[in-house]
Design a binder for this molecule. Structure first.
Ligand SMILES: [Zn+2]
Ligand SMILES: [Zn+2]
Length: 88
C-alpha cells in the first residue's frame, strides 16, 4: 500500500495519485507527465475494440467496431433485422 492516498508537487502544486512520497520539484514528476500520451493512446485503442452484436431471435453474432456503430448503427441479422450491441 502507498504511504499517502494523494501526493503533490510543491513546485507546481499539481496533485498526483497514491504514492510513497510527494515531489518537491517538477523534474521529479516529468516521467509521469511523459506517460500521459501513452494513457491517451490506450484509451483510443479501447474505443476501437470490437463490440459484440447479437440477434436475440437466433443468436447470430458479429463483431463490429464502435466507429461503425456510431456511424451507421447496429448491424442487422440477415433474417431478423437489427441486432443488439452487447459489449465486448
Ligand atoms: Zn511540479
Ligand atoms: Zn436472427
Amino acid at each position: 500500500m502507498p504511504k499517502f492516498t494523494k501526493t503533490s508537487c510543491s513546485q507546481c502544486g499539481r496533485e498526483f495519485g497514491p504514492g510513497d512520497e510527494g515531489f518537491s520539484h517538477c523534474h521529479q514528476h516529468s516521467h509521469l507527465d511523459a506517460a500521459k500520451p501513452l494513457a491517451r493512446a490506450a484509451a483510443e485503442r479501447q474505443a476501437t475494440r470490437m463490440l459484440k452484436c447479437e440477434c436475440l431471435d437466433c443468436g447470430y453474432i458479429v463483431r463490429v467496431t464502435r466507429k461503425w456503430i456510431d456511424a451507421v448503427g447496429a448491424p442487422h441479422c440477415p433474417r431478423h433485422g437489427e441486432m443488439i450491441v452487447g459489449g465486448v
